[in-house]
Design a protein around this ligand. Structure first.
Ligand code: NAD
Ligand code: MG
Length: 402
């Protein structure tokens, strides 16, 4: 290799929307964006954090800033009027889908947390954008319908979740690999509760659950990582993204989070992608694909990293994982029900209404008694999501009352 210096001149310019720009993925995305002149920001969106969105508007001068919360939108508008920034403020849920589908936009970073990301992400898909998918819940909920829309509307879907980005990097580009790949090895750190007893796991506090050993993330995904539901959601995500059956996906615990996932081929080769646990690497990969750009992530000192350990997940300690793996084999509706139940249960846990153990009891209770018909369109996905949220609320009320 003659010249190892980074050459960005071949990256086409891109107009970008960051859905969820004030979150952990959003902030990391803007960090990468700020390093390259080829990116311009068309819109930034957030739920209600108008202080951070105001700062981001000053730095990136987007055409639009969307605040879902009306009073936060008003506060942002007032601050922007008093500044030199010409950004226009839009508000409400429908504005998210509007900016994500706008004709001026090339690339949409889908980084809203939870089911709230489904409609804006689908708007980007249905407008044929390059969609950088961090919001795994939208794919988990809509599954086949999501992937069919990607194909029908000619969108380009690039995985940002670090494991799926790693798998994508280890798969052969543009080739049918259904006969050459024997297994996907989906790695996970095991989360902050990995070494606790079942009793201590059940009593874990929100603070303990959010203290991830390797990654700094939003609170919902941090709790999901602690319960291994995140790995379960990622299992379902991998099934749809790479069109592999559940029996060819294996979850492996790798506490150092240096390997971000692996692909095994039928000749016995296993390819892995390694790097620091820093989301700017998959974000930069998605933004520049198929080129490579600097992300701000430092070089990995492989000698200092020294050890790569692997172990099987403790399935009896973390029952959410098997609930998700089971849902992965049972059609779209099961995953929609489980995802919604999980959002309700995580919220109740973070608000100290139920314990960590009761959070997984809620999921089990919902999966035991929920009844649904397989969704045929986005509207029926949303109906099942709403149904599951009500059922989860009822089950939590019973758990709390006992
Ligand atoms: P976060 O909580 O830090 O940020 C969430 C963002 O979504 C914020 O900008 C918030 O304003 C916005 N938002 C929240 N509720 C909303 C609503 N109802 N309507 C519109 N916007 C809303 O979350 P995060 O950790 O950045 O995660 C975002 C997504 O990326 C999640 O789906 C998560 O699973 C996925 N992800 C995150 C990481 C990570 O390292 N943080 C890694 C892989 C995947
Ligand atoms: Mg992940």
């Amino acid at each position: 290799m003659k010249n190892m210096s980074i050459d960005n001149t071949n990256i086409p310019s891109q107009s970008i929307v960051v859905l969820g720009s004030t979150g952990s993925i959003g902030v990391n995305t803007l960090d990468v964006v700020s390093r390259h002149h080829q990116f311009s920001v068309f819109a930034l969106t957030a739920n209600n954090n108008h202080e951070l969105l105001f700062e981001q508007c000053q730095q990136f001068n987007p055409v639009y800033a969307v605040m879902v919360d009306e009073s936060a939108a008003k506060a942002l508008k007032e601050k922007l009027l008093a500044s030199s920034c010409s950004t226009q403020v839009l508000s409400g849920k429908s504005a998210l889908a509007e900016v994500a589908g706008a004709s001026e936009v090339d690339t949409v970073m889908a980084a809203i947390v939870g089911a709230a990301g489904l409609q804006p992400t689908m708007s980007a898909v249905k407008s044929g954008k390059k969609v950088l998918l961090a919001n795994k819940e939208s794919l988990v909920m809509a599954g086949r319908l999501f992937m069919d829309a990607v194909a029908a509307f000619g969108a380009q879907l690039l995985p940002i979740d670090s494991e799926h980005n790693a798998i994508f990097q280890c798969l052969p580009a543009g080739e049918n690999y259904s006969n050459s790949v024997s297994k996907i090895l989906l790695t996970g750190s095991g989360g902050p509760l990995r070494n606790l007893s079942l009793e201590d796991i059940r009593q874990a506090t929100p603070e303990q659950a959010c203290r991830h050993p390797n990654w700094s993330m939003g609170r919902k995904i941090s709790v999901d990582s602690a319960s291994l539901m995140n790995k379960g959601l990622e299992f379902i995500e991998a099934k749809w993204l790479f069109d592999v059956p559940p029996n060819r996906i294996e979850v492996v615990i790798h506490p150092q989070s240096i390997i971000h996932s692996m692909v095994e081929y039928i000749d016995g080769s296993i390819l892995a992608q390694l790097g620091h646990p820093d989301m700017r690497t998959p974000i930069a990969h998605g933004l520049a694909y198929p080129a490579r750009i600097a992300s701000g992530v430092s070089s990995l000192d492989i000698v200092a990293a020294a050890r790569l350990d692997f172990e099987a997940p403790k399935r009896d300690h973390f029952p959410a994982l098997d609930l998700a793996i089971h849902a992965a084999g049972s059609g779209i509706g099961a995953a929609t029900v489980l995802n919604a139940a999980n959002e309700v249960a995580v919220d109740a846990f973070l608000n100290e209404k139920i314990s960590f153990g009761q959070m997984t009891d809620t999921l089990q209770g919902v999966m035991d008694c929920a009844q649904w018909q397989e969704p045929v369109d986005l509207e029926s996905v949303i109906e099942i999501d709403t149904y599951s949220r009500h059922l989860s609320g009822d089950i939590i009320a019973k758990i709390v009352a006992n």
